[in-house]
Design a binder for this molecule. Sequence first.
Ligand code: BTN
Length: 248
Amino acid sequence: MLIRHLSTTGSTNDDALAWAQDGAPHGAVVRADFQTQGRGRAGRSWESPEGLGLYFSLVLRPEIELSQVPQLTMLAALAAARTLEKRTQIPTNVKWPNDVVLRGGKIGGVLSEARALPNSPSRLAFAIVGVGLNINFSRGDLPPRPIFPATSLYIETGKVHSPDEVFAEFLNEMQTLDNQWPGRWHQLREEWLRRDVLQNQTVQVEDAQENWSGTACGIDERGALLVQTKSETRRVVAGDVTLGWEGF
Ligand code: BTN
């Protein structure tokens, strides 16, 4: 496996993107000890101080439709959940589409960015799958979050963990999942549903057009979240999903 390990960078997603455009193979990884411009979903920033977190981005080149990219995000979140669960012996959850949740707190996230093949715009050329995991943050180091407050391995176990070890363990889990996918997607989807904190919960969805609510009732073939409203089952492909209904 090709790994580039930088001490400082802007965002490993940007480095991996440039490397992919330059021909980086499937499975190449860029890791940084410190990011000055770490990015999260929906234009948020991702705190990335040295020694407290793990920050890296994978270049993936499966031959798939662009619409299947959410599955890659989910694979990385599952790999992270398996890694943290084995290390802590604490059941670890996910939250569609990209959060890793431990004891009700957000301990990590995945940010995927995809590029299409120039001559077939619906086919994937490559995806950059960026992963951030909170390793040795203390409570005061983490930005406040109203729902799923941020947590870290240190906060949950009272022990300092080695980012190098967690990284190696993650890569092992990701390799295993990558070997099983897409062939065993159904099994992986079952694991996702077992771990997903949204399952059968009332959720509030904020998409580009509106806010609405319903009951999370599964994941479809492509990795979209299914939400049952009073009148229909709706697919959520992108958008922010939170638990509960605050009544807009
Ligand atoms: C989220 O939950 O909003 C996604 C967070 C993803 C953060 C990682 S850290 C490594 C990679 N580089 C970035 O700039 N972002 C991702």
